[in-house]
Design a protein around this ligand. Sequence first.
Ligand code: PLP
Length: 382
Amino acid sequence: MSKPSKKPASAYFSSGPCKKRPGWDMSKFNFDNLGRSHRAKPAKAKLQEVIEKSKKILKLPSDYYLGIVAGSDTGAIESAMWSMFGKNKVEVLAWESFGLDWAKTVTDQLKLKDSIVHKADYGKLPDLSKVNFSNDILFNWNGTTSGVCVPNANWIPEQRDGLVLCDATSAVFAMEMDFKKLDVVTWSWQKVLGGEAAHGMIALSPKAIERLATYTPSWPIPKIYRLASKGKVAEGVFKGETINTPSMLCVEDAIDSLDWLESIGGLDGAIARSKKNLETVKDWVKNSNWADFLCEDQNNLSSTSICLKVKDKSFLSLSEDDQKSKIKEINNLLDKEQVAYDINSYRTAPPGFRIWGGSTVESSDIENLLPWLDWAYAVVNA
Ligand SMILES: Cc1ncc(COP(=O)(O)O)c(C=O)c1O
């Protein structure tokens, strides 16, 4: 197979931190707040701006709180678990690495002995009909390391006794989400926004706010996760008064990403871009004699973390170690050619590829990458 002649204009397809937005130019940032206190009026206004712009773009229900916390998405979801769990029985849905991590927090750290973990293998979703919503639930909207997402929130009832916590970091701003069905939603700036890592966002429904105000867990909560204190919600967190010191440079960058998102048609525009990226890969997979989606059900296909497996029988007859080293060789080749960076599957996922299809990625770049993937696969398996 001859080498394709056209390269993607950008080789950035990492699933986190993700590609910066088209036209990103840091020299246009406002640096006036760098070196000033984040509690000073203009700096606090910037933090509030991130909150208000995010709420507006996402059309978050008006009675939801939205706050900025430390520790990126991990910090956001862990703070929710540590602050709210323990009152009810907990059920975790886990179908890839991050869901399994949160299940471990519940079973091994919080030691909630009677908790239930609904597991599924890479490529599948657990049986959603088995979830009991009298309990507190935790799930990831999109399994970033398997490319499997929930298709919608129809499986979550309007009326439910327990809280529904959702780590949606690789879905928010790229997928349609029904916030009314979710009591806690977390994400970070480094995913669909193509922002910088370090900070997390946490959205809370009135029910989640009530849990914070009326329930105190039996375990100690580190200051960095403390969303309430002495029976009072830390209201300031949701008004730009972060628990600890944020990076005002990252804040500037987040505002830049949000402004870009508004300029491309807000949420609808962002979702359309991500969908187009998935469609581009779908068209290619349809005709591929060696690659397929890791996700088994088309209804659950992620448009952001697009995960591919190899279906070619001669490849599958190799040991897993040999498969992994072939995939690595392909990745090295693509990296050397500067056509794709960081598209190997997640370290604990089955050998394969993961192409980020979030809103900052141009579908023309994915289109130009795919013939290179065919070429590299042929070279390494020749
Ligand atoms: C579903 C999910 N949860 C959590 C994380 C961790 O995110 P962060 O490093 O921003 O805390 C990731 C990162 O890829 C993720 O995809």
